[in-house]
Design a protein around this ligand. Structure first.
Ligand SMILES: Nc1ncnc2c1ncn2[C@@H]1O[C@H](COP(=O)(O)OP(=O)(O)OP(=O)(O)O)[C@@H](O)[C@H]1O
Length: 289
């Protein structure tokens, strides 16, 4: 299978002459993959996704998205890619939540009936149908993220780009958002590209990780493969997710316990292992003093 996104050694120069290189390993995304881009502040993550969205044009290197040059074929590409920017205030433009989500279908001349059906379906799936009449400006940060997400998936894009989607979300909203994005990926096969600094969430949202540091893509692979490479992780000013760190230390000490993706999975694994140890079970019931 051919990747749907291929990026090779991009070079970008901003108007103030700031030069950003994204070389090293090629950046490749397969259809239906969930990809997370990690790296320290200023590494070039947003610059890379801005090129994928066709918002910027590189001065050197190659970039192909769904077989097209995203900058040249901007209009075609934008219909196939949904995006939620880090600062959602800049992308929510409708006077009411309903109008904001309906913006693209209306722009594409969808009938009133079809627009209405799409807006209501997507709002229901995100649990924001009660917000449709609200003025976006007064919504909470988490509600705004959901409205921006609704607007970006109302056309059922092939690819969804999420720039720091978990910023400003409380723990429950974060879990809801993770479940929702994983559902969009599973049920509709939407390819999702994330940038995030929220390292502990990565095992739950990534099939593949790329690490950008000092103008180079320095690592690519599954979360386990990449996070096992401690030197590269630390050089990029990152820490491995706490669960991967703990379970790899257990494995190094001879406990074959696998690598859980969530606290629940870790709890189940450890309870299972502990229950196989009669001494611990007896302690629990106070038999051993
Ligand atoms: N519009 C711009 N004009 C000038 N320089 C810019 C512009 N946008 C980004 N840069 C510079 O390009 C470099 C890469 O920035 P970018 O925003 O891509 O990094 P990032 O990895 O997304 O960082 P962060 O994790 O802090 O969001 C930085 O040195 C930044 O200062």
């Amino acid at each position: 299978m051919e990747p749907i996104i291929k990026v090779k050694c991009l070079k970008h120069v901003y108007p103030d002459k700031t030069e950003v290189n994204i070389c090293g390993l090629d950046f490749r995304v397969m259809k239906g993959e969930r990809v997370v881009i990690l790296g320290p502040n200023g590494a070039g993550k947003t610059t890379l996704i801005s090129h994928i969205l066709g918002l910027l044009r590189p001065i050197d290197g190659t970039i192909e998205v769904l077989g097209l040059d995203p900058h040249k074929d901007f209009k075609t590409i934008r219909k196939k890619i949904g995006v939620v920017f880090q600062n959602v205030d800049e992308q929510i433009i409708g006077p009411r939540v309903y109008d904001d989500i309906a913006f693209t279908p209306r722009n594409e001349d969808f009938s009133k009936g079809e627009t209405d059906e799409r807006v209501k379906t997507v709002a229901k799936s995100l649990g924001i149908e009660g917000l449709l009449d609200k003025i976006p400006h007064y919504l909470s940060g988490g509600q705004k993220k959901k409205v921006a997400l609704a607007g970006s998936i109302v056309m059922m894009p092939d690819i969804l780009v999420m720039d720091e989607p978990f910023d400003a979300l409380d723990p429950k909203s974060k879990t809801d958002m993770v479940n929702l994005l994983n559902r969009l990926n599973e049920e509709y096969g939407i390819t999702i590209i994330y940038t995030t600094h929220d390292i502990n969430i990565v095992p739950q949202i990534a099939d593949k990780i790329y690490i950008i540091n000092n103008g180079n893509i320095v690592a690519a692979g599954t979360p386990l493969e990449v996070f096992s490479n401690v030197d590269i992780i630390r050089e990029a000013n990152l820490e491995p997710p706490i669960l991967i760190d703990l379970f790899s230390k257990l494995e190094a000490r001879g406990f074959k316990v696998g690598f859980p993706q969530s606290i629940q999975e870790a709890e189940d694994t450890l309870v299972d292992k502990l229950q196989q140890n009669p001494t611990i079970k007896e302690k629990k019931f106070g038999i051993i003093k």
